[in-house]
Design a protein around this ligand. Sequence first.
Ligand code: G
Ligand code: G
Ligand code: MN
Length: 527
Amino acid sequence: MRHSAGVAFALAACTAAVVFPILISAELSWRQGMADESTLTLSYARDVLRRASETAGQVQQGIDRLEKANYPPCSPSDINLMRKIDLGSGYIQAVGRIRGNYLLCTSLGTTDPIPVGAPTLVTEYGTVERLVRIPLGDDRPLAVISRENIAFLVDIALVMDVPTEGPNVSLAVYVPSSPGRSLFSAPHSEIRPEWLRPIAKGSTLTFRSAGNVVTIVRSPDRDIAVAAAVPESFVQQRVRQSALIFIPFGLLGAALLGWAVTRIAKTRLSLVSVLRTAAKRREFFVEYQPIVEMETGRWIGAEALVRWRRSGGIVRPDKFIPTAEESGLITIITARVAEIVAADLPGILRLDPEFFVSINLSAVDLRSSGTIDLLHRILGSNGIRPRNVKVEATERGILQGQDTRDILAATRAMGIEVAIDDFGTGYSSLSYLGTLALDALKIDKSFVETIGTDGATSQVVPHIIGMAQTLKLKIVAEGVENEMQAQTLKSQGVHQAQGWLFGRPMPIAMLLAALQSNALRKPRVVA
Ligand code: G
Ligand code: G
Ligand code: MN
């Protein structure tokens, strides 16, 4: 990763870390505000619906009783019965008989005909409704609900006056079978006809319309429904209230995330510069561990193993390779190793032109086309031929996509052999392995260790060897520490081996000295 790209990435991550929690808290505030408001409108609508349904029930009962009695309209017994109905029904202010647009008589007595005006609503079922202000004591608006010639005067305020949080709540009772027109509404209500929608019995619906949040509720058994609407400005107010709670959490989250991202970025960026500097200051160096030919015991090659010399001493690769791999910085190290190997090889080849050095490639290297350039640069150095260089790729590194296959194929096309390293520690199956173009297989030392023991894993070595033979791969055993292991592996057909029995990782000077003193002709050299 380039340094400037790293900074840009860190900035982007940091911005996202700050903005995201705030956006989420704002969204949560809005949702919470909306949910609170629809809960409120629903409770208003339910409240009014309950009262309106009771009123409708009382009207229905009144009609039934009057029709059953069948007294001559406005006769004393008729008026008497109407008075009884009136007294027994809380929401009904008076019962009367109506003809045309006039009340002829009421439960309050006979009078001159009282004009009630033209119908404001006639429902499908013949219920007629008028809104009037009749001087019956006070001047409150009354609804005159009539069917045939029976009329009920209903105090609208009694039905509609539910306690609300503010004067801006609009409420209307309507008849769903005649949608779009209100039966009656609360004072100051601003109800739009399109809100009074048909709706199934017993159901509720909340929607936003014309700057309002509207909830409609229909009675489970009657042809009656209520709409309650509040301006969205109410919601916004609520959102602000919720925001007071949510936003501080969002800010806290933002601060924490921002801090974490900044820290990670700093560590990463500093790790980049530390590794860069280490490469520049030549703090990385390579030790070579000999690889012997089983048949002859000759040192035929060596594995290049990176080391890091710091002020405190020498750092082993297992301390920094995993971190370097995760962050992609391993390519810096690989490049440095390749450079060192390219510099060391000519000296080695003067002593043994067939000698090879194998280089470890990480999963990241196996996806980066820069690796091929790297290998070309090694081959470009004086006198180094493809057979003098080998590549080791871990099982984990190889189990990747097409990029990796292409890079492995390009490597082999250059004449450089590829070995699968630490084999057995990953999860590749024989069938998968068969699809990869490889030259050699390195048996991990954890399996070699089990040779001669009666643990279950000791059975794995012959199995791995069989697998490699099926796939016609060269076999290299790692971590060979004693003669018994060496003999066993040799008898099972292993071609090459590496381990403390033959030689520990050693500096180039020591490798050259060993090769020079003709140690390569001896069966083994223990450094
Ligand atoms: O001997 P040693 O402790 O160095 O090996 C530890 C591990 O580090 C081994 O698994 C080896 O594959 C890995 N390793 C050593 N050198 C390199 C290197 O140059 N590149 C990569 N990717 N891995 C290395
Ligand atoms: O890349 P690879 O994982 O193969 O690296 C080999 C690792 O094994 C290095 O850490 C190296 O020091 C270590 N090693 C090499 N030979 C032996 C051995 O005979 N015994 C043990 N225990 N470790 C070894
Ligand atoms: Mn290796």
